[in-house]
Design a protein around this ligand. Structure first.
Ligand code: CU
Length: 110
């Protein structure tokens, strides 16, 4: 290969690296938690920063809520869905205030 060819190749590699570095580190993901049989399923989800959790009410019209001291809650619902995007690492406990023992956890990785 000529000197000129090697220089061209180096420039091409540098350009490819610049594109790779400019790309987002990771795509935001969505995890679904289903409310069914008076429980959250799965009970615990682990996600990355910026990911979204969507709760889906699938309990034959039974009213539930998603309530936490650490994020905005859903209020009472009997159907549909509710989503929260988590931007900070930590452990977020939540519960349904209508049903003792109906609780769950969202863990946001560092
Ligand atoms: Cu409930």
């Amino acid at each position: 290969m000529t000197t000129r060819g090697i220089t061209g190749l180096a420039a091409l590699l540098a350009a490819a690296l610049a594109v790779a570095l400019a790309a987002p580190a990771a795509q935001a993901a969505t995890r679904t938690v289903t409310l069914k049989n008076i429980a959250f399923n799965p009970k615990k989800v682990t996600i990355g920063k910026g990911d979204r959790v969507v709760w889906r009410w699938r309990d034959s019209g039974i009213i539930h809520n998603v309530t936490s001291s650490r994020f905005r809650g859903s209020g009472n619902r009997s159907g549909g869905s509710y989503g929260v995007t988590f931007r900070s690492a930590g452990t977020y406990s939540y519960r349904c205030t209508l049903h003792p023992g109906m609780n769950g956890t969202v863990v946001v990785r560092r």
